[in-house]
Ligand binder design. Structure first.
Ligand code: TSB
Ligand code: ZN
Length: 643
């Protein structure tokens, strides 16, 4: 007999070899039904793994977060078994549970396509019906190497384990897999799953090694939960900026031109220019001065700033010409430091706020590139603000509030605010602890004083100082940084920046780096996803589409309106193609154009327009002048009524 202690302190004795499932059953049949796995002395146990000694047991039920992971991991095994049956040459890499799903990496001569997935699912269902147990066995390293001698990937994984570590394997019918464990014990517990996609994945993420085929899937405890998740995935796909950007002709990326280099197409570039106008105006009102500096900088400039020491991995290599060495700038801060230093500054001059829409280049790993979200050539709504120490808080706050204003004007959702601090990782951060302590304390204080809710992240600071990042969630459920305010005591020192104080002495200013609404590239990815491609009128590339019912009879009126709209600075186009009216109207919907105007006899006679607003069913007829007032108001107020 063994003694089992539960979390609440209750104790019970069982036969040696009792399973989590049996323990659950002894408590209640509903608990048995809901049990998925267990923690036995804090080790994750399969539902059917025998417990041999006295232990503390915590039963994991379907409601626990861990349960969905166990289920998905078990489903990965099930899938591997099915794949092996269908493609007997298959060898397996790793097959973990991931957020809301699982994957398994597979090496087989058969090129797995999306069309194969239903076949694999069918085989999985067959194995579920067979009610196959997932049996655990523990082996020594030698035994394990012998067992998997035909499987080079598993051999490599086994060899990587520490000597003396217990190696567990799982037998599931004819299929054997190397695994730490945490399974539902029998394939019959797996019910509601779907295989989603196939992608290439390098063995161990190393591009010099074999390319395996990775099948993604998802598994749930109820049909409702599965359906709900599939609906979310479908929605996500539709919102994915890479898809929308192509469909709406916003941007494109051409392999021939290079990875991570985005091209702005006419629609995208129109939006970008509207955003540019907006940013310049917003910053002028907030006391910023605009400057423009070169995309190249000398290597020595980046040695002075510290980028060369701490940021080189993100920089493209040096270009040598004559006896000069240049780099493509990854940031503009050094340039702005030079502009500050070019004049004698007095305490009365501060704060000085230099803003620039900065084109810069960063070497980002090819695997991390993702549409417009992470690129290698980018243009940032940047600023460097030079302040006295007594001005830090007020200026950080002003920069932060300006960011909030811009985000509000754009109607964007923030996920959370992050305070990014340094950690002890060598080389990543400048080593002057005193400067770090002061800067970090200041930002913390400010966030607390202002009652700004935030999450603290260590190790995410810039190399020159801590930052407040404004995070958003992408359609693919990644969190990315949109806006940033960064406090920097370092660069002023490295560039020996000074101002003359009231006391007539030289003092050191402090720099605030501010990214207003990210780079145009990342911002566009966020806008596309959050607007689902339907831009508010003030940003829409085409705001108004004019559709004469009959070119001959109504074309002249269309031309009159078109000219009038151009005078009003509205972006309007006339569709005179030989297409059916219904087709033209439908197209304005797929192109997500805010206003579609159908012009017929009635409109010509009465000098009216009949318009249909994007996403609305009904048509409205109003006098021309009233329509013009309506559009002006829509643009001026940056109304979000298309969303
Ligand atoms: C704010 N020197 C500061 C600047 O003064 C700076 O460059 N900070 S940064 O490194 O955090 O970058 C600013 C913003 O650029 C980020 O917050 C992010 O929104 C955007 N960004 C960074 N890397 C990329 C990339 N690879 N692709 C697209 N946008 C990016
Ligand atoms: Zn900067």
């Amino acid at each position: 007999m063994i003694n089992i202690t539960f979390k609440d302190g209750n104790q019970k004795t069982f036969d040696q070899g009792v399973t989590v499932e049996a323990i659950a059953k002894s408590i209640s049949s509903s608990l048995k039904k809901n049990s998925v796995a267990g923690y036995v002395n804090e080790e994750l146990y399969d539902l059917n793994r025998p417990i041999e000694v006295d232990a503390e047991v915590e039963i994991i039920t379907k409601d626990d977060d861990k349960a969905i992971e166990v289920l998905n991991h078990s489903t990965a095994h099930l899938m591997a078994q099915a794949v092996k049956r269908l493609y007997p040459d298959a060898k397996f890499g790793v097959g973990p549970a991931i957020k809301d799903g699982f994957y398994y990496d597979i090496a087989t001569d058969h090129k797995i396509s999306e069309e194969d997935l239903p076949k694999i699912e069918q085989e999985m269902r067959r194995i579920i019906k067979e009610q196959t147990n997932m049996e655990r066995e523990e082996l020594s390293k030698e035994e394990a190497l012998e067992r998997f001698k035909d499987d080079p990937y598993k051999i490599e994984l086994i060899n990587d384990l520490d000597d003396g570590e217990i190696i567990s394997i799982y037998t599931q019918g004819e299929f054997v897999d190397l695994c730490r464990g945490g399974h539902v014990g029998n394939t019959r517990h797996i019910k509601h799953f779907k295989l989603l996609s196939v992608a290439g994945a390098y063995w161990r993420g190393d591009s010099d090694r074999d390319m395996l085929q990775r099948i993604y899937g998802t598994s749930w405890f109820t049909k409702d939960a599965l359906d709900n998740h599939l609906e979310i995935l479908k929605e996500r796909k539709e919102r994915d900026h890479r898809k929308l950007g192509k469909q709406l002709r916003i941007f494109d990326i051409y392999k021939e031109a290079g990875q991570g280099l985005a091209f702005w197409l006419p629609n995208g570039y129109t939006i970008r220019r509207a955003l540019e106008d907006y940013v310049y105006k917003l910053e002028r009102k907030a006391g910023y001065q605009h400057i423009s500096t070169p995309v190249l900088g000398s290597k020595s400039l980046y040695q002075i700033s510290g980028h060369w020491d701490h940021y080189r991995d993100n920089m493209f290599p040096v270009m040598k010409q004559d006896d000069e060495e240049f780099v493509l700038r990854p940031m503009s801060c050094p340039h702005h430091m030079l502009v500050y230093r070019s004049e004698l500054r007095s305490y009365r001059d501060l704060p000085i706020r230099y803003a620039e829409i900065v084109t810069q280049h960063r070497y980002e790993a090819s695997g991390s590139l993702s549409g417009l979200e992470r690129v290698r050539a980018m243009t940032l709504t940047d600023s460097h603000i030079f302040v006295r120490k007594d001005q830090i808080k007020q200026e950080v706050l002003a920069a932060y509030n300006l960011i909030l204003q811009a985000i509000k004007d754009l109607g964007l959702d923030i996920d959370y605010i992050e305070l990014a601090l340094r950690d002890s990782e060598k080389g990543k951060f400048h080593p002057n602890d005193a400067l770090w302590d002061e800067a970090e304390a200041l930002l913390k204080e400010l966030l607390d004083e202002e009652g700004i809710e935030h999450t603290v992240m260590t190790g995410e600071a810039a190399f020159y100082g801590p930052k407040i990042d404004i995070q958003v969630r992408t359609a693919m459920d990644h969190v990315i940084t949109m806006s940033t305010v960064q406090l920097d005591f370092l660069l002023p020192e490295r560039f020996d920046l000074t101002y003359i104080g009231q006391d007539g002495e030289k003092h050191r200013p402090v720099v605030i780096h501010r990214g207003l609404i990210s780079t145009w590239e990342r911002l566009m990815s966020i806008l596309l996803e959050q607007y689902k491609g339907a831009f508010p009128t003030w940003l829409a590339p085409t705001q108004i589409k004019l559709i004469p019912v009959n070119n001959e009879a109504h074309g002249e009126y269309a031309k009159l309106l078109q000219d009038r709209f151009i005078d009003e600075d509205f972006r309007s186009e006339t569709d005179i193609r030989e297409e059916k009216l219904g087709y033209k109207i439908r197209e304005t919907q797929t192109q997500k154009i805010p206003y579609a105007l159908v012009l017929g006899d009635h409109e010509v006679e009465n000098q009216t327009v009949t318009y249909r607003k994007y996403g609305q069913k009904e048509q409205v007829t109003v006098p021309l002048e009233e329509f013009i007032r309506l559009i002006r108001k829509d643009i001026r107020e940056k109304s979000l009524s298309n969303n």
